[in-house]
Design a protein around this ligand. Structure first.
Ligand code: FAD
Ligand code: SF4
Ligand code: SF4
Length: 368
């Protein structure tokens, strides 16, 4: 893989407006910081190679390399990535009550992993107003307080970096697909750090079609309601074309086109809807906002799910074939849109002396 440092990161990611603010380059050195949805470099750094560049999911991502490191196989020509099984799921009887985004499967899995000690900490993303705030959670009773989705892009991986430095050994983390990609880069130790240890023990991915720019979204919400009154956001399936804002005083509907104007430029190049580099991936079940779709991808993901079912923290059911078809179609459309845009703009498979957004064999694109 190509190496690079902050200079290449600034030119290849920030100047192209591709930074999604995942936080993978933050909490590694004194230079990169994240503040209210934006990552920036505070002082110049002259290193020619660095973890900031190597961990970033928006530059020189070699999909075959990452897939081989994680699954032992090249990148799959499958709109859902590599996986073992797909289910419907929801929180089980031992999760207790709470406001969850959908079925509470994510919170159920995290609670169970903390309870059994298979993880010693969970990196979750709560919110302060609309500002997404990552946190390290070790108390099972704190998990539900970080439930629901802040649809704004968040620096969750910066908190993973910090938790690793603080000495947590088995970290569970809930991530969007771009954050899962950053974590997959970190886990293969691309800069050959001495004494490197993979401290991730369970990576729970969230489906994601797009996210929102925190600052622009806050302005939009403030036009409709006081931010402090917001409890939850929902995106009803098509043809609804609205975002529901659940507030203390009822539900407000905002036309989706107004919301979409706040999507970061970087999401237009994102090929992953289902968090292909997570252990398990969770989304909202189409047509049932109180349930989840669950994709199991790895052995440790499978073990986490089986044990959570056994102990009453989640329940599983069979995903109807029609739902799977729709999921495949949506994920495939996102992939092809992103591949086309990146290809049209000369951002993939560039010559070796020019940094690419990502690299993927042309044959794989054709097969998808
Ligand atoms: C930006 C974004 C876009 C999404 N788009 C889709 C989509 O297109 N289709 C779909 O089916 N599902 C989407 N989801 C996922 C969906 O909203 C639910 O998070 C998922 O179905 C899990 O539901 P749950 O009830 O199990 O979650 P809960 O039990 O309520 O837990 C939610 C978890 O999400 C984490 N979280 C919240 N906000 C963020 C954030 N900004 N970044 C990282 N982690 C966060 C929290 O740590 C919490 O643990 C999206 C989520 C996000 C954050
Ligand atoms: S690692 Fe994440 S926060 Fe840093 S430049 Fe890349 S996308 Fe932005
Ligand atoms: S669409 Fe992709 S880049 Fe944008 S927040 Fe979701 S996973 Fe990240």
């Amino acid at each position: 893989m190509r190496a690079g440092g902050p200079h290449e990161l600034l030119g290849g990611v920030f100047d192209r407006d591709l930074c999604i603010g995942c936080g993978a380059c933050v909490s590694l050195c004194p230079y990169f910081k994240s503040y209210k949805g934006k990552t920036s470099m505070l002082f110049p750094c002259t290193r020619s190679e660095g973890r900031c560049f190597a961990y970033c999911p928006k530059i020189e991502v070699d999909l075959d390399d990452i897939s081989r490191a994680m699954f032992g196989e090249p990148y799959a020509a499958d709109s859902l990535g590599r996986y073992r099984s797909v289910h419907i799921a929801r929180a089980g009887k031992n999760v207790g009550s709470g406001t969850f985004q959908a079925g509470g499967t994510v919170s159920g899995l995290v609670m169970h992993a903390l309870k059994t000690g298979s993880i010693d900490a969970a990196v979750l993303t709560g919110r302060n107003g609309l500002n997404p705030v990552p946190a390290v959670v070790t108390d099972i009773n704190e998990v539900a307080k970080h439930a629901t989705s802040t649809y704004t892009a968040a620096p969750t991986i910066a908190m993973f970096n910090r938790a690793s430095q603080e000495g947590y050994e088995r970290i569970g983390i809930v991530v969007t697909p771009c954050q899962a990609l950053a974590l997959a880069q970190i886990r293969r130790n691309p800069t050959n750090e001495k004494n490197y240890k993979d401290r991730s023990a369970l990576v729970v991915g969230l489906f994601c079609t797009w996210s929102l720019d925190y600052r622009k979204f806050r302005t939009l919400i403030a036009e409709h309601v006081g931010v402090a009154a917001v409890r939850k956001f929902d995106l009803p399936p098509p043809p609804a074309e609205i975002m529901e804002v659940h507030t203390d005083n009822g539900i407000i509907e905002i036309p989706l086109p107004q919301v979409r104007e706040r999507v970061p430029h970087s999401c237009d190049y994102c090929f992953d809807m289902t968090a292909e580099f997570a252990d398990v991936s969770v989304g909202v079940l189409e047509g049932r906002t109180d349930m989840n779709t669950l994709i199991i991808r790895t052995e440790r993901g499978e073990k986490a799910v089986e044990e959570a079912v056994r102990d009453g923290y989640i329940t599983l059911g069979e995903l109807p074939a029609e739902n799977l078809d729709h999921l495949r179609a949506a994920a495939g459309n996102k992939k092809m849109r992103a591949f086309k845009k990146a290809n049209d703009e000369g951002l993939i498979n560039t010559p070796p002396d020019k940094n690419a957004l990502f690299r993927i064999p042309k044959e794989t694109i054709k097969r998808i």
